[in-house]
Design a protein around this ligand. Structure first.
Ligand SMILES: Nc1ncnc2c1ncn2[C@@H]1O[C@H](COP(=O)(O)OP(=O)(O)OP(=O)(O)O)[C@@H](O)[C@H]1O
Ligand SMILES: [Mg+2]
Length: 250
């Protein structure tokens, strides 16, 4: 279990952020830090504002008010492609793969956008792709089109694309939903390995087994508000939060 201490570098700092869609307050005064090397899980019922929070970080949406800083610099007005260049990568609930491209091409397109390829050369990049294919168990599918993959394989391809980026922070939107138990285990091991290598991870997750197995810290959102943050034991044991999560709101 990793605990947040004053000495830990804060990569991302979300301060008093609000987001309104017309009359709906999707994010309500959220303040949250993502410290380096910590796996944070965002949990909360459907419509809590989890994906909206990711969209605000990545520049797909602009906050109505409040600030978001990355490595001490404001992300105000920074476009999604620039946010990616700064070292924040994300996956989407609907995956957004290049469906007609092969598995390998889907990964190479990420590498082609990074300085890695230019610095290390094509051969090293190809080796790195092979390593990623191995880690995600997609090696024998490397020439298959993304559209022809099974669901779990598409999820791993989405993860493989993030692995090929040089991002320091991974924002994963329900990456494990619909995985079978074996894929699920591989997924947990993979994320733990990358966290140990220094990647900071924030995951939106509904599967409480994954929340328990992966989280160093859980942040609980409901109706746009950050209701609590703490260890998975503290958050999942709280009867008030459980009632909200399972829809037994008074
Ligand atoms: N672009 C948008 N325009 C208008 N309303 C939006 C938009 N995006 C999200 N919302 C609304 O904001 C609220 C939060 O949505 P969000 O997608 O962030 O929830 P979530 O916590 O990710 O839910 P889920 O677990 O179902 O994915 C919802 O009421 C949703 O309908
Ligand atoms: Mg969502």
């Amino acid at each position: 279990m990793t605990t947040t201490t004053a000495s830990q570098e804060i990569l991302l700092e979300i301060k008093n952020v609000n987001k309104n869609f017309g009359g709906l307050q999707a994010i309500d005064d959220v303040t949250l830090d993502l410290p380096a090397g910590v796996i944070t899980t965002l949990v909360g019922p459907n419509g809590a504002g989890k994906t909206t929070l990711f969209n605000l970080i990545t520049g797909h949406l602009m906050p109505t008010s409040g600030t978001i800083h990355w490595l001490g610099k404001s992300l105000k007005g920074v476009e999604p492609w620039q946010v990616a260049r700064l070292g924040i990568a994300r996956t989407f609930q609907d995956l957004r793969l290049y469906s007609q491209m092969t598995v390998e091409e889907n990964i190479m397109t990420v590498m082609e956008r990074s300085s890695w390829l230019w610095q290390s050369g094509r051969e090293a990049a190809e080796q790195r792709v092979t390593e990623i294919l191995n880690e995600t168990k997609l090696l024998d599918k490397r020439h298959d089109r993304a559209v022809d993959l099974a669901y779990a394989e598409r999820k791993f391809l989405s993860l493989a694309r993030i692995m090929a980026s040089e991002a320091k922070l991974w924002l994963l939107d329900e990456p494990a939903s619909g995985l079978d138990p074996r894929s699920f285990e591989r997924f947990v091991t993979l994320l733990r390995t990358y966290a140990k290598r220094g990647i900071t991870i924030c995951i939106i997750e509904h599967n409480l087994d994954i929340v328990i197995q992966l989280s160093d810290r859980v942040a609980f959102l409901d109706q746009g508000k950050l209701l609590a943050q703490g260890s998975s034991e503290d958050i999942l044991k709280d009867p008030h939060l459980a009632a909200i999560y399972f829809g037994e709101r008074a």
